[in-house]
Design a binder for this molecule. Structure first.
Ligand code: ATP
Ligand code: MG
Length: 405
């Protein structure tokens, strides 16, 4: 189908160079969905008939790097942008399933995919993808969308999330797909097609078998996005939140959880307006804040007194809220740093200013203060004036001559 989609010039250049070298190549994945819905894609993924080595030959060693051990693909630099370029793959064969790899481990379902690295054709590549709306391929030269499953464009139009093939089997092969299905529901306000929905309910318990690094990766994307609050609601409605982030699910409906969702919504709005960057650690701090407040025993909306004990409480709360995901230590620590700064900033004692401004998390802690302020319905000007966006320049340090004794 002819259709002109707003592909970035750099992405288009990567596709064109591969096509000129004789390799069938398309833009794939979330970018097509976003462009069809008139949204700005966050990145462009590219799929091609070229193998990783052939991709490197086309772009040269300086612009293309082969990455990944299990799922090998190439990172290609074009302009100042980085693109993931993957070779077309086909659905895993029998030897790639747990039945043939688990050495008699009865805890794994037989159809769980253990490896996924056999190259295939563009059509096979579309068929191994999870949902019809995720299997649309776009050729920016011909301005043509390829809908190999035959349902993708219609499902986009109607807002339907439909598993490709047998939904129950697809969820068994990879339980993370259940989370991905509900992400599409929350992100675009799509509905699950009834067979996909029934299979999801039936296979939900398998979610616990999904690899913790894949779950962490999805959580990072959710926290980076501007629709995390909506996704948590959908996950809760479908019973997935209990398996994904049990602490948040247990707290569902509590004052702390409602406050966390309000804060997250406010952060998302500000991010969409372009005021904030999409920081994962800020989102973690935003969600954890009401739980730290509640643990301090103070009235809701009142910050705690900074102390060693409160720092330990922050660590524990951040850890338990985002378990059982393996969040990267770096993000977890940044989230804790943001929360530790908050009561210091609220007190604003002169002798603490230097420590506050010199913290790596000052910018994010400032954003969290503004979010709290906005949710409380208070004006932001005073807070913005007290805490400037960029750290005030410190004058040259004057050495005091203490004299020798
Ligand atoms: P997002 O906007 O979150 O990046 P996305 O659909 O682009 O959404 P990616 O994780 O970037 O998600 O994956 C790119 C594409 O790879 C998907 O659109 C889908 O076609 C395919 N894909 C990703 N994960 C799976 C999976 N678990 N099973 C099958 N196909 C998948
Ligand atoms: Mg993507």
């Amino acid at each position: 189908m002819k259709n002109e989609l707003p592909v970035s010039a750099n992405a288009r250049s990567v596709v064109t160079q591969l096509q000129k070298a004789g390799y069938e190549t398309y833009i794939v994945g979330g970018a097509i969905r976003d462009m069809l819905l008139g949204r700005t894609p966050k990145d462009f993924d590219i799929s091609t008939a070229a193998t990783p080595e052939e991709i490197r030959q086309v772009f040269g060693r300086r612009s293309a790097r082969i990455i990944g051990k299990r799922f090998r693909l190439a990172h290609v630099y074009s302009g100042r942008e980085l693109f993931e370029v993957a070779t077309f793959r086909k659905a895993p064969g029998k030897k790639d399933l747990a039945e043939h790899q688990n050495g008699g481990n009865d805890d794994l379902p037989d159809n769980l995919i253990m490896s996924d690295n056999s190259f295939g054709t563009s059509k096979e590549d579309a068929a191994r993808r999870d949902f019809t709306v995720n299997a649309l391929f776009y050729d920016p030269e011909k301005k043509e969308i390829k809908d190999f499953t035959g349902k993708g464009l219609e499902d986009m139009e109607r807002g339907i999330v439909r598993a490709i093939g047998n939904p129950g089997l697809r969820f068994e092969e990879d339980p993370v797909r259940m989370l991905r299905a509900l992400k599409l529901v929350g992100q675009y306000d799509f509905a699950l097609d009834s067979a996909t929905e029934n299979a999801l309910f039936a296979k939900l318990p398998l979610f616990e078998l999904a690899s913790s690094s894949r779950r962490a990766l999805e959580l990072e994307k959710i926290l980076q996005s501007a629709y995390g609050d909506r996704l948590f609601e959908v996950f809760h409605d479908y019973g997935l939140l209990n398996l994904f982030l049990p602490k948040l699910d247990h707290a569902w409906g509590s004052d702390a959880m409602n406050y966390a969702l309000d804060l997250l919504f406010e952060r998302n709005c500000r991010m969409e307006e372009g005021c904030f960057r999409n920081s994962i650690s800020l989102a973690m701090a935003v969600i954890a804040l009401p739980f730290v407040e509640a643990a301090s025993g103070r009235a809701p909306g009142t910050l705690w007194e900074s102390s060693q004990e409160s720092d330990a409480v922050i660590d524990e709360i951040v850890d338990t809220l985002f378990l059982p995901q393996n969040m990267m230590v770096r993000m977890r620590e940044a989230a804790c740093r943001i929360l530790r700064l908050l009561p210091l900033m609220e007190k604003r004692e002169n002798h603490m200013l230097r420590r506050i401004y010199s913290s790596r998390s000052y910018g994010h802690a400032r954003e969290l203060l503004l979010i709290r302020q906005a949710v409380a319905g208070k004006p932001l000007e005073e807070c913005e004036a007290l805490w400037p966006d960029s750290v005030p320049e410190r004058g040259p340090r004057v050495r005091r001559n203490r004299g020798r004794r």
